[in-house]
Write a protein that binds this ligand. Sequence first.
Ligand SMILES: [Zn+2]
Length: 530
Amino acid sequence: MSSKTFYITTPIYYPSDDLHIGHAYCSVAADTMAKYKRMRGYDVFFLTGTDEHGQKIEEVARERGLEPQVFVDQMLVKIKDLWKLMHVDYDGFIRTTDPNHVKAVQHIFVKLNEKGDIYEGVYEGWYCTPCESFWTESQLLDGLCPDCQRPVEKTREKSYFFRLSKYENRLKQLFHDHSDFVEPASRAHEMINNFLEAGLEDLAVSRSNFSWGVPLPFADDSIAYVWVDALCNYITALGYPDDTELFDRYWPADVHLVGKEIMRFHSLIWPALLMALDLPLPKKIFGHGWLLFEGGKMSKSKGNVVDPAILVDRYGLDALRYFLLREFPFGSDGNYSTEALIKRSNSDLANDFGNLLSRVVAMISQSFPEGFPSEKDFDQVDIDLTNLADETAAKVEQHFDKMEFSLVLASIWHLIGQSNKYIDLTTPWILAKEEESRSRLAAVLYTLADVLRRIAVWISPFMVDTPAKVRQQLGITDAGEEINTELSSWESAAESGLYRDDFIVQKGKPIFPRIDIRAELSTIEKLDEI
Ligand SMILES: [Zn+2]
């Protein structure tokens, strides 16, 4: 077992409705990071799950005539199926209705109470049910929820409060001492300016006007506020407080990935709760942007085209995963459209990458069907391309370590672009005509095969099937039929010259099909009217 650990989490999703491409975006990012770290030799724990309590779940279940538990059990099946389909390969899946989680949340409330950080009062103010958020009069924007711009309800109920204000100075210190605690930096500034500087008020942490939640051990008419219940998942999933094996191994988390709308809960309330529990704080909270759809925030009501299962079915999982992490810089908002997805798939995947592989494999198969000769006549232009691949190795790691997924892919695709230019420059189809340029031709095609082998490694955290397809066409096998695992390791991609002369290329189907954009868009339009 590696001594280097890496603990990454997604938010636990609220299963009041089917998940859409916006949720898949966050999970694919977390999964890609987890896969990268595993390839780098880390002992990784990737956690996701479902946030199953709360007023909205209770209301939605009731509308459908179901008990809340029955309703969330049904939704869970669909969510787990989606992650399976998308190869979101998590190590842990937590449900907030798990008995262990419920017990642990109760333990946490008792601990906070014993510490004097909980007191009884009356909550009077505004509540946004879709967001499950409390708001004061002054926080509302034109009388609406400042997060989702929907109407809020006036509530007045008995409530227990958490002394959030007590931790204000320590939180200010945290943001001051660790400028990278919250990323991107713009989100950290928002937290400081909009909340910390304005002063933190104590937080209502219980509800008493409905019952779908974790009962408080010291007040049987009250349940835990769903956000406190949910935030605790990051430690209860590791067995806190009873079974500390995983907790000791992985806590504190290396990164909590969150949508920007829930940054406040993760970067202020969560650390304050951990401070109150005398536990170490997560190392980083990373707020990714929203995928916008026709200018508005993504939601399931936007139609079938935001259903990730349909997109996987039509365009393939690897194209979708590539598009999500290539198109939008990870911390910023981006406009999602199926048209943009198809264009990316056609240009970057089918044209640039797929054509490169097909051309190289076809030329090798024609001129060196039995493998490369040992005699190769290398030139400066070959060395330049290999040097660029070496630089790419360093760039890929630098950007990955900062979760700059789009820049990782941009560096790899820059190398792909240069490889295509290199073919135009070295004109291997002309070299192939003359017997005396055979060793020059061998050098050119070997250089390309060697670069493609390294690219297949770097894309492995992003893509599920493509790396093996590339290796298969390049004939990268052991003596038997099996794909050579040594040449698919992360370390191997840093080195040039590992492609072997005795590999026999195998022509195959294009790894990415070209999509007829007009026909496809009209089909999609009809699909959306169903
Ligand atoms: Zn709201």
